[in-house]
Design a protein around this ligand. Structure first.
Ligand code: MG
Length: 375
């Protein structure tokens, strides 16, 4: 999944929406064929979903065989590159129709080394390969997809390639082996291949804005004041505050942290504080709500969420909260590993109206924004 849609769906959308692409053939693992068929139902340009082979070249060959007769240029694209742009597709199509075959490439700016199985450097690859009697080559290029070719040329390359003795790593190398020209067009650094789990988060960042996985949650809580003789301490925002009476509750009754927990759980759709910490469970009797907040934060991390910011409002006639705001921000920030400028705490009264106005209790609301964590 990538920002709410599958990789396949995003890649197919990019291809479907390109005006010069008229037909798509999908080559998938045989056990995925049925699921892929369902997923492609929404894409009118999908002509066939074929069972791929054991290697990339076999899968591409089966796709090639399923192309309609009238297709003149074919692009071979990794479904794992969902960020392919229309401009890149245009460049490859145009160069393939002129030169016969084309691939998008990015000049390597990093130094490339070959390592042995222990991870020790064996060799540094020259970036400007010198060949005797010839000018230096332009340098090493990292090649992406889509790789384009005239269908007739790629079919011919497949027929001629010595598969018994060599394993091609891409379509272009088949055409190179034939001695035909493969033109390199500028690739796109954003056209990343989703290979490792952390690539998903990177791709979501690249998608940016509305497409990036950003969520909001809301939390609300009320606690009544305990009578002064109960001797309860007033806890708010993770700190103890001097006041004649504390709040009633199973835990330390930190109404602000409870609203915050619910906002975070709500954003991640992970239930609510009552589900996570039932007030019938003696384990949570008088527990510090900071430890509940810490557990909530851990749950979010386990589900690959990180906090962008939180904003809370406490409604109370007394005590005055402004003098304690910095201490609350610090306690919450330490618990959530969040900078103070992402933790907003506001306070208001209810103008003597309602239960807050009658000083019977304190009310708190909170909003939390979270985003997909990089790891
Ligand atoms: Mg509560």
């Amino acid at each position: 999944m990538l920002a709410g849609a599958t990789l396949l769906h995003r890649t197919l959308s990019a291809l479907q929406n390109h005006p010069h692409i008229s037909c798509i053939v999908l080559s998938v693992a045989p056990e995925e064929q049925e699921r892929a068929l369902m997923e492609t139902a929404a894409f009118s340009k999908v002509h066939a979903v074929v069972a791929g082979g054991a290697t990339r070249w076999e899968s591409v060959l089966r796709g090639l065989e399923a192309l309609p007769e009238w297709v003149d240029i074919v692009l071979v694209h990794d479904a794992a590159r969902p960020l392919v742009s229309a401009e890149l597709i245009d460049r490859v199509l145009q160069a393939a129709s002129q030169a016969g075959a084309a691939v998008p490439g990015l000049p390597l700016s990093d130094t490339v080394k070959r390592a042995d199985e222990l991870g020790n450097v064996q060799q540094t690859i020259s970036r400007t390969m010198q060949r005797e009697g010839q000018p230096p080559l332009q340098g090493l290029t990292a090649v992406q997809t889509p790789q384009g070719a005239k269908v007739e040329l790629l079919r011919r390359a497949y027929q001629a390639f010595p598969f018994d003795s060599a394993e091609p790593t891409d379509e272009a190398s088949l055409i190179e082996a034939l001695g035909e020209t493969v033109r390199i067009v500028p690739g796109d650094p954003l056209n990343i291949k989703i290979t490792r789990p952390e690539d998903t988060a990177l791709a979501e960042r690249l998608l940016g804005g509305a497409a990036a996985e950003i969520r909001t949650g809301f939390g609300y809580d009320v606690h009544a004041f305990a009578p002064p003789e109960a001797g309860r301490t007033l806890y708010l925002g993770g700190i103890a505050i001097e006041h004649p009476c504390g709040l009633e509750g199973h835990s330390d009754a930190d109404v602000l942290l409870h609203a915050l927990c619910d906002a975070l759980l709500g954003a991640a759709c992970l239930g609510d504080i009552g589900m996570l910490f039932p007030n019938t469970d003696p384990a949570y009797r008088n527990i510090s709500s900071l430890s509940l907040l810490k557990t909530v934060h851990q749950k979010l991390r386990e589900n690959r969420w990180e906090i962008v910011n939180i904003d809370a409002t406490v409604t109370a006639e007394a005590p005055k909260l402004l003098p304690h705001r910095a201490a609350m921000q610090q306690a919450i920030g330490q618990c959530l590993q969040l900078e103070a400028n992402r933790i907003s705490i506001k306070a208001t009264t209810s103008e003597k109206l309602g239960f807050v106005g009658r000083r019977e209790g304190i009310e708190a609301s909170a909003v939390a924004v979270i985003r997909r964590a990089a790891q």
